[in-house]
Ligand binder design. Sequence first.
Ligand code: FES
Length: 152
Amino acid sequence: MDQDFSSVDKILQEYEGKKGNLIPILQAIQRQKGYISKSVIRYVSEKMHIPMAEICGVVTFYAMFHLEPQGEHIIKVCKGTACHVADVDSIKEAILDFLKLEEGENTTADGKFTVMEVACLGCCSLSPVIMIDNQTFGQLTPDAIPGILRQF
Ligand code: FES
């Protein structure tokens, strides 16, 4: 657990610890640490006199915030309607299989990949679609997954 809050203090100073600046403060913390840990939420709550529940509400509401460390590569699996119809579930299964992740686990033990489900990625004609970092892969079959993941 990260107990060094000096960098958080600097960010709070920069934004004068103002309640209206909570989102930019959390964004700055995440930029620095990669995610918003529970201990950071507790610390910010004490320093800014904002209830923890309120900060947790913000962090869980906005998809840009992460409560856990993220992998080096982010795999977004589209769960939009077109991809659902095109059996994206079998693609996700192939990804979890290849990465040896159990259902409910998101990040590989070596920290290389994080898998997440997202809403329509905007290229339904290519369904089923996944995105790895900024690269889109479409018209996928489960067999294609190992070859794609080995590129990373
Ligand atoms: S539903 Fe998957 S890209 Fe639109």
